[in-house]
Write a protein that binds this ligand. Sequence first.
Ligand code: ADP
Ligand code: ASP
Ligand code: MG
Length: 472
Amino acid sequence: MHTLTMKFGGTSVGTIEALRSLTEIIRQAQRRAERVAIVVSAMSGVTDLLQEGITSASEGRTTRYAEIEQTLRMRHSDVLQALAPGEASVVMAEVGGLITDFVGFCDSVSVLGEVTPRTLDYTMGLGERMSVRQVAAVLRGAGIPAQAFDSTDLIVTDDRFQDAAPLMDESRANVHAKVFPALDAGKVAVVTGFIGATRSGIATTLGRGGSDYSGAIIAACLDSDELWIWTDVPGVMSTDPRIVPEAHTIDKLTYREVTELAYFGAKVLHPKTIRPVSELGMPIRVKDTFHPDHPGTLIVPSDPDSTHPLKAVTVIRNVAAFTLEGKGMQGVPGVAGRTFDAVARAGASILVISQSSSEQSIFFVIPDRNAAQVASAIEKEFSREMARQDIDTVMYNSHYTIVTVVGSGMRDTPGVAGRLFSALGQHQINVVAIAMGSSDCSLSLAVASSQADDAIRAIHELAIRAAQPVAQ
Ligand code: ADP
Ligand code: ASP
Ligand code: MG
C-alpha cells in the first residue's frame, strides 16, 4: 500500500487561491497513493503575528494584540466562508476558541510583564492548530473526507522550548494508534506542523520554519513511501530567487547537499528535515503549489552520477566574525579548545572556523545576537593571557555575511576554487576568510555585508550557471 506524506508551507495554505490549488493537489495524490497524510503550517504571516502579539503584551502594549485578534478572525473566517460554507460556523467556533486562548495568554503576559519560552511555544503554535481545522474543512467542502490532528497529541518531544527535539519511538506509537485508523478509513489526515508536546503534555515548538521537520517526522512515523514538500517556489533553487531572479531549479540533490544548503541559510527547507528520514532512504520532492506540474527537486540519499560540482549558493546574514590574535598565542596551550568552550558556555553555536597555520590567530563566525556575550566569555577565559599580552584584545566585527557554495562534486573536481575566486576577483569582492565544510560538499566565505549580494550574484553567474549544461 502506497503512503504519501505531503507538507504544505504557510503560503500554500495562506490564501483562498492557494487552498484551491492544495485541494487539486490532494485529488491528484489520491490517484497515486492509497494513504495520504498532510502536514500543514499556519497561514502565512500568522506565526509572526502571534509572536508579535505576545511580545507586545509582555511590553505592556495592549492594543496591538487586540488588532492581531481581529486580523486572525478575519483571515480564517474569509477562507471558511468561501471554501467550506457548509460547516463554516462550526469550524470558525473552534478556530475562534484558539484565538480567544491567544488573547487570554496575552492578557496574562501583559499583567506579568514577561513572557517565558514555554508560553511563547504555546501561543506561537496556535496558528498551526487553527490551520489544520481550516484545511480539513476546506477538503471536506470539496468532497474529500479529511480529519484534523494536533501534533501535541502525536509528536512527543523533550522540553527544550523553542527548539524541541522529537522522541521518535513514542511519537511513532502515537501516530500508529491515532492516524492510521483515519487513513485506513479513507480520510486524508491533516496534521499540524511546527509543534509537539512533552511527555507531560506541555506544548513545544521545533523552531522557526520547523514544519518541514514535522513533515519528515510524520512521514517517518507513517513509514511513508515518499515525502513531498509543497512551497512557493519551484523546488530547491540555485540561490534565493529573491536575490537572483535568474536562479534555476536544481533537479536532484543529495541528503548531504540539501542539509548543508539549509544549514547555511537556504530557507526553503529546515536544516533538520533530513534527520528523521535519512535511515529510511526516503525520497523527498520539493514542489511549487502554484505550478504543480513543474517537476521540482528530487532529494535522494546519494547521487554518484552527479555531474555538477557546484549546485547552489546560500547566505547567512547578521553574523559576527571574531578574531583572536596575539604574538604569544603559540606558547599558550589549548587556545582553540578553551576558545570554543567559552563560546559554548555563552550559548552560541559556531558557523565557520578557520585557524592560521602559524597558530597566531583563530577566526570564527557566530550569529550576531550572541556576539556581546561571547566576547565577554572569551575575555574572561583569557584574562591572564591578555594581561600578559600573549593574546591581544578579542575583536569582533558584525558587518560580515557568510556566503556558502554547495555541491558534492566539489572535492573531486579540479579548478572549482579557482573558478570561484576568479568570479569574486572580477567583481572586486574581498574574501575575509574561507572554510571548507566538514562534509566536503560546501565552501564558506566571509565577506563584508555590503558586498554580500554582489558576491552571490557573481558566484551564481560565473561559477554556477556557467557550469550548467542547459540553463533552465
Ligand atoms: P514555506 O512557507 O513553504 O515553508 P519558506 O518561506 O519557509 O516557505 O521557504 C521558501 C522560500 O525560501 C522561498 O520563497 C525563497 O524565497 C526562499 N529561498 C531561499 N533560498 C532558496 C533556495 N536555494 N531555493 C529555493 N528557495 C529559497
Ligand atoms: N509556522 C511556523 C513558522 O512560521 C513553522 C513553519 O511554517 O515552518 O516558523
Ligand atoms: Mg518554511
